[in-house]
Design a protein around this ligand. Structure first.
Ligand code: HEM
Length: 393
């Protein structure tokens, strides 16, 4: 990994310094730049103001979702069918409308009890005084089990899901062979599941999608496959990264930790503020035409990063943005994106965060970092701790 000597003109989205502590760098860019540029990884622009990030996210006339990764990524799309996150209107609008009911807040509640019991089971295996890497023993375990339930697949595959999602979105992004290996395994697995549901439908999202129609025609298995693959990639790495960073914050801030379990309301507000302060996901768009953004002249075909983490710390929108205030209201954070592609899984992610943090703090009210130097971070598309040893108390 190469160091980034000049953040305004030569940043590296994978720089270790950026993964370890991105916020001072973002604050400096926002105050001085505020749209940075780099030629690394085939070039990109990096707007850091809330107004610019939300403008790019929301303007599908000028910016396309045809590539949403922070660096060029060779994804193979069986049958040439891409998932909804890579579509522009009007194709995107129709597919999103079909999927919305499944991801509504009411429907997501179906998974709250399951989430809580997964958390409780994982915590039951830990004891006061233990030193535990909470990433491998806890956060990494929760989202893939929920996705398995949604897709109606055996939870025994949860570890595979995490490995594939990380291989495609996480550390694997810089390693084309790892991306290809994980894609092949994920593709084979999901294609088999789609065939199995065609033969024997169940009470799960794959079966529901196979039964849906657009203009009187059923959705093709290729469309179902592409969007199930998206669920796996979008719902796993993102959520456990957000959980891990929240736990890191709570380990360092005992008052916040204790206030989190006061009531359902304080728990829900705290989750929003932790999402604001530590938004894990950065996406991208490709310019469809020349666009002026601040001082930056963006040309057709240029990649523009959607730094939701930077937008969420813009002082023009959030008073004292660098301070975590768990009862912050209003809180118009964009951790789940903005505009047409705003995260469909947000209600589910919220309840996974609420339950996982509450159960951990209830069971171990006094956990702390075992060794701050042992904490490691991933950066790039999804930021979060990859090792987080805690002493449980
Ligand atoms: C804390 C956890 C999560 C975060 C921070 C997050 C963040 C995001 C963001 C920023 C986007 C916008 C993409 C864009 O503008 O290009 C997005 C889209 C999406 N997310 Fe999430 N996500 C999370 C969890 C989930 C979960 C649990 C699921 C589903 C199981 C999910 C499914 C999706 C889908 C399907 C889209 C595409 C929506 C569209 O294209 O219309 N996400 N997510």
């Amino acid at each position: 990994m190469s160091a980034s000597p000049d953040w305004q003109t030569d940043y590296d989205v994978f720089a270790e310094e950026l993964a370890d502590d991105p916020y001072p760098i973002m604050a400096e860019l926002r105050a001085q730049c505020p749209v940075a540029h780099s030629n690394r990884h085939e070039g990109s622009w990096w707007p850091t103001r809330y107004e610019d990030v939300t403008h790019v996210a929301n303007d599908s006339d000028e910016f396309s979702s045809s590539q949403v990764s922070v660096v060029p990524l060779k994804l193979v799309h069986p049958g040439g069918v891409v998932s909804m996150v890579m579509m522009d209107p009007p194709e995107h609008t129709e597919l999103r409308r079909l999927l919305m009911p499944f991801f509504s807040a009411n429907n997501a509640e179906r998974y709250r009890d399951l989430t809580r019991s997964i958390c409780q089971d994982l915590l039951a295996g830990m004891s006061e005084g233990d030193t535990v890497d909470v990433v491998s023993a806890y956060t990494r375990q929760i989202p893939p089990r929920i996705i398995a339930a949604i897709l109606g697949v055996d939870p025994v595959h949860a570890d595979d899901f995490t490995e594939w999602a990380e291989g495609i979105l996480g550390g694997g992004m810089r390693d084309p062979e790892e991306v290809a290996r994980c894609q092949t395994l994920l593709t084979e697995f999901l294609q088999n599941e789609v065939v199995a549901r065609q033969e024997s439908p169940g009470d799960d999202l794959i079966s529901e999608l196979l039964a849906m129609e657009v203009d009187g025609e059923p959705l093709s298995p290729a469309v179902v496959f592409a969007n199930m693959r998206l669920m796996l990639i979008a719902g796993v790495d993102t959520t456990w990264s957000a959980m891990g960073t929240a736990i890191w914050h709570l380990a360092l801030n005992p008052d916040d930790r204790h206030s989190l379990v006061d009531s359902d309301e304080s728990n829900a507000l705290a989750v929003e503020e932790l999402l604001r302060a530590y938004a894990p996901v950065t996406m991208a768009r490709i310019a469809k035409c020349p666009v002026q953004l601040g001082d930056a002249q963006i040309e057709t075909g240029d990649r523009v990063l959607l730094s939701f983490p930077a937008a969420n710390r813009d002082p023009d929108v959030f008073p004292e943005p660098e301070t975590v205030q768990l009862d912050r209201t209003p809180n118009r954070h964009v951790a789940f994106g903005y505009g047409q592609h705003r995260c469909l899984g947000a209600p589910l992610a919220r309840l996974e965060l609420q339950e996982s943090l509450r159960e951990l703090v209830k069971r171990f009210p006094d956990f702390r970092l075992a060794d701050p130097r042992a904490v490691t971070w991933s950066g790039g598309q999804v930021r979060g701790p990859r090792a987080l040893p805690l002493v449980l108390g």
